[in-house]
Design a protein around this ligand. Structure first.
Ligand SMILES: CC(C)(COP(=O)(O)OP(=O)(O)OC[C@H]1O[C@@H](n2cnc3c(N)ncnc32)[C@H](O)[C@@H]1OP(=O)(O)O)[C@@H](O)C(=O)NCCC(=O)NCCS
Length: 163
């Protein structure tokens, strides 16, 4: 099979929901879920999505717009929904939304939102070109345009190399 590794991909091809039941070992000192546990799940979900898009190893280069909207309670099922919103030459932005589900009632609560950005690497661990994003509908085009603005803002705020 001769598949073009740089053939454009749609966000739907790589979107993913990661789920995990929150157990006592995920607790902070208040008895809720530790924020770091939620961020780790987000990073895992986003990393899988970026790797799926690039079909290359992808490392996290930045995390922004992380919002903890509600506490995550122990015993809840956490659902991390991720999808690509923007792609550059070597970098990939993934939007993550975290919901919790009460398993006995089915009630769902949106608890977190964040953007994670990944860079795909070649065999020498250098940034490598990734497929373009297929923008099939108006919503995808809007997300992409907003992602372009976020990208410029991030680069303007980034610590200069070697500083
Ligand atoms: C990610 C890494 C390979 C980038 O290396 P680099 O020399 O800065 O690479 P470049 O300057 O060529 O930038 C690569 C891409 O990242 C983007 N980028 C770099 N810094 C960024 C930042 N602070 N915010 C957003 N994008 C950034 C660049 O704009 C470029 O995107 P593009 O090709 O789509 O335009 C390097 O910084 C690194 O190895 N960091 C550590 C990663 C890591 O350990 N993560 C945690 C564990 S997974």
């Amino acid at each position: 099979m001769n598949v073009d590794p740089l053939a454009p991909r749609s966000p739907h091809e790589t979107a993913l929901t990661l789920t995990q039941l929150m157990q006592p070992e995920h607790s902070n000192s208040l008895g809720n879920v530790h924020g770091g546990v939620v961020l780790k799940l987000c990073d895992e979900c986003g990393g899988i999505i970026a790797t799926r898009h690039a079909r290359r190893p992808a490392v996290t280069v930045t995390v922004d717009s992380v919002n903890f909207l509600q506490p995550v309670l122990l015993g809840r099922l956490v659902l991390v929904h991720g999808r690509i919103t923007w792609v550059g030459n070597t970098s990939i932005e993934v939007e993550l939304q975290v919901e919790t589900e009460h398993l006995l009632t089915g009630e769902r609560v949106l608890t977190n939102r964040a953007y994670f950005v990944y860079v795909a690497l070649d065999e020498f661990h250098r940034p490598v070109r990734v497929p373009r994003l297929l923008l099939a509908d108006e919503e995808a085009r809007r997300h992409f345009a907003e992602g372009e603005v976020r990208k410029q803002r991030r680069l303007a705020a980034a610590v200069p190399k070697g500083a």
